[in-house]
Ligand binder design. Structure first.
Ligand code: AMP
Length: 271
């Protein structure tokens, strides 16, 4: 299970599932510099390796693999993986090179560890699409398990970056999921226009004063153009006081499923 550390319940839930499904569980902890742009938060990214080790050992994972930059990128390291269209829209359009960094580090981690199964969270929906592409195209013999988003009680998707938010910003950050939920409600009522669905999100996120980077509806499988007959992903990225957060929900024509276990009546339900 690849991670960048600063564990929260989203990570821990993936680890617990892996623990229950596998004989041996290895979690990697590596803040991968190549997936951050020059003006992004690589240096500010939360790091707490000893706390992470203690949380992981509570779940009785077998190995915490925390390589150095030099171990991951030794002298002479030269190959990079361009994952193609899967990495180009949505976050890829706003973070040039990000998914090349992700694809390359994940391929290298899978090469080092050679697991039977690898675990990812659907909070990073496009990352999962990219990893699926890499694994299929490079014929890496691994099964990908992609698990639902774990949320805070107010719906905010858990993220290591939530630690960077001051209390007031943290409160406003709940508007990301509130916006998605608003669109989910309209979708459940029969709305299928991407422009009108994203307008709902824009209005809720705008009212909370968040700085919207994008909100888009894409085909859930290909991340290409949306067609109303097929499942779609409604994805958002926004900055809250400079901290960039992402979230998404999957829209299913035959009944909407909001990914995520939360302690609220609308949690994980079918609308
Ligand atoms: P990260 O450390 O942010 O790179 O995340 C490591 C793994 O945990 C990735 O596969 C993420 O998609 C997953 N993850 C992060 N946050 C959540 C969450 N709130 N719910 C479920 N999975 C998550």
């Amino acid at each position: 299970m690849p991670t960048m550390g600063a564990f929260h319940d989203g990570h821990l839930s993936l680890m617990r599932t892996a623990r229950s499904e596998c004989d041996v569980v290895l979690v990697s902890l590596f803040v991968n510099p190549t997936q951050f742009g020059p003006d992004e938060d690589y240096h500010r990214y939360p790091r707490d390796e000893s706390e992470d080790a203690s949380l992981a050992s509570d779940i009785a994972i077998d190995f915490l693999f925390a390589p150095s930059n030099e171990e991951m990128y030794p002298p002479g390291f030269a190959c990079v993986i361009d994952p193609g269209p899967a990495g180009q829209g949505l976050c890829g359009a706003h973070r040039p090179g990000h998914f090349t960094g992700v694809a390359t580090v994940v391929a290298r981690l899978l090469g080092i560890v050679a697991p039977d199964v690898t675990y990812f969270g659907l909070k990073d929906f496009q990352q999962v699409a990219v990893v699926r592409r890499v694994v299929a195209d490079l014929a890496i013999p691994v099964e990908i398990r992609a698990l639902s988003t774990v949320r805070e009680p107010d719906g905010l998707a858990m993220s290591s970056r939530n630690r960077l938010l001051e209390p007031e910003a943290r409160e406003r950050a709940a508007a990301l999921f509130a916006g998605l939920r608003g669109a989910v409600e309209r979708y459940a009522e029969g709305e299928r226009s991407p422009a009108r669905l994203t307008a709902v999100v824009r209005s809720i996120v705008g009212e909370a004063g968040l700085d919207l980077e994008y909100v888009d509806v894409r085909d859930a499988e290909t991340l290409g153009s949306y067609t109303p007959e097929r499942s779609a992903v409604l994805a958002i990225a926004a900055r809250v006081d400079g901290t960039r957060l992402i979230d998404n929900v999957v829209l299913v024509p035959s009944g909407n499923v909001v990914p995520g276990r939360v302690s609220r009546p609308w949690a994980g339900g079918t609308a």
